[in-house]
Design a protein around this ligand. Structure first.
Ligand SMILES: NC(=O)c1ccc[n+]([C@@H]2O[C@H](COP(=O)([O-])OP(=O)(O)OC[C@H]3O[C@@H](n4cnc5c(N)ncnc54)[C@H](O)[C@@H]3O)[C@@H](O)[C@H]2O)c1
Length: 336
């Protein structure tokens, strides 16, 4: 069996996770890694194999079958452009960029090239998500409440708005992505930031953000993100439909209905493996279970940035369909 030869751009925390998962697949070979911090690439290679390459061009010259782009939010753009140019299937970590302009430019290039892509929204592979969808089939969602209540992660770029996009874009994107799956598209966002950064050096983000959301199908909801704790407290969402309450986290689904309450555990590690397995299978042409290609992640990026922009500008942001004219009455408009 010919192995799928994978290259990595970025060798930090999440790249190490992908390297660990991929090295457990017997049909994958890690062929190369590049990082602007060569010592990070060397450390990854020492553990998982492959070669260190000086830059993205050198990595692509090694002719990988697929490339993972695992750089921080602010660094997206040039790496993807080079990979698309080379016509190599590409897995991009979320968030796909720190802004919308970059994400839309890359999405257009991907579409023009017809490139196979996947984005690291691995929550889509939680087994309980299908169960939640089945329970909601035929029952309109009335209310959604998403939360990501956490600490400041220990990477220097994280508390800086123009490096990470802030907690809503960088972390709560996982929850916003599932909100879109279970409750449909958001049409209007009014968000507030508390104007107080977390107490870490160089921070300029709000330490708490809360948003009110209006959905196309009539539901209303909220999204709250906080990084004021010393631990990851809770990340997930509550969904209410008539006579049904669902509470979904990476660890499981709690269902409450007329029959009482029951809990179905989930396996977050299995979801992290499944997102890589699906991409590799798609690249090898033996599977078709990529749940979040780049174009789909763009919808989540637009929603996350709508929340962040509303909090930053103090205005309501309305999201329009991609081909609808942006003729809206007030606030900032983000094409959706
Ligand atoms: N899907 C998930 O569950 C998950 C989990 C963790 C992180 N992430 C995402 O992955 C991204 C990276 O997070 P991380 O924790 O690995 O960060 P990190 O800071 O640990 O690693 C990022 C690495 O990218 C390198 N880098 C920066 N610019 C580069 C460039 N232009 N070219 C090559 N390398 C470059 C850095 O030197 C660093 O080694 C973030 O967007 C984060 O949100 C996703």
């Amino acid at each position: 069996m010919r192995k799928c030869r994978v290259g990595l751009i970025g060798a930090g925390g999440v790249a190490q996770r992908h390297a660990r998962v991929l090295s457990g697949f017997d049909d994958v070979e890690l062929v190369g890694v590049t990082d602007v911090a060569p010592e990070a690439a060397s450390a990854l290679v020492a553990r998982y194999g492959g070669r260190v390459h000086a830059d993205v061009a050198a990595l692509l010259a090694a002719d990988p079958d697929a490339v993972y782009v695992c750089v921080p939010p602010f660094a997206h753009g040039p790496a993807e452009e080079a990979v698309i140019d080379a016509g190599v299937p590409m897995f991009v970590e979320k968030p796909v960029a720190v802004d919308l302009v970059t994400a839309e430019r890359i999405a257009a290039l991907v579409a023009r090239r017809g490139l196979r892509t996947a984005v690291g929204h691995h929550w889509r592979y939680l087994g309980v998500l299908d169960q939640a969808r089945e329970l909601l089939a035929g029952r309109p969602v009335r209310m959604v409440s998403g939360v990501w209540l956490d600490k400041v992660p220990p990477v220097s770029w994280w508390p800086v708005r123009d490096r990470s996009g802030g907690p809503v874009v960088e972390q709560a994107a996982h929850v916003l992505d599932l909100i879109r799956v279970l409750a449909g598209e958001v049409t209007e966002v009014t968000a507030y930031g508390n104007g107080t950064p977390p107490p870490v050096d160089g921070a300029d983000i709000d330490s708490v953000t809360t948003a009110a959301l209006r959905f196309a199908d009539g539901a209303v909801g909220t999204l709250s993100a906080a990084c004021v704790l010393g631990w990851k407290h809770r990340a997930g969402l509550e969904i209410l439909a008539d006579g049904l309450a669902l509470s979904l986290t990476e660890d499981g689904l709690t269902i409450r209905d007329a029959d009482g309450e029951r809990h179905v555990p989930a396996d977050p590690e299995a979801a992290r493996v499944a997102v890589d397995r699906a991409f590799v299978d798609a690249v090898r042409g033996v599977g078709d279970d990529v749940r979040v290609p780049y174009a789909e992640a763009l919808g989540t990026q637009r929603l996350a940035l709508a929340v962040a922009d509303s909090a930053r500008t103090g205005t309501t942001v309305r999201l329009t369909a991609p081909d609808a004219p942006a003729l809206l009455t007030s606030g900032v408009t983000v094409d959706a």
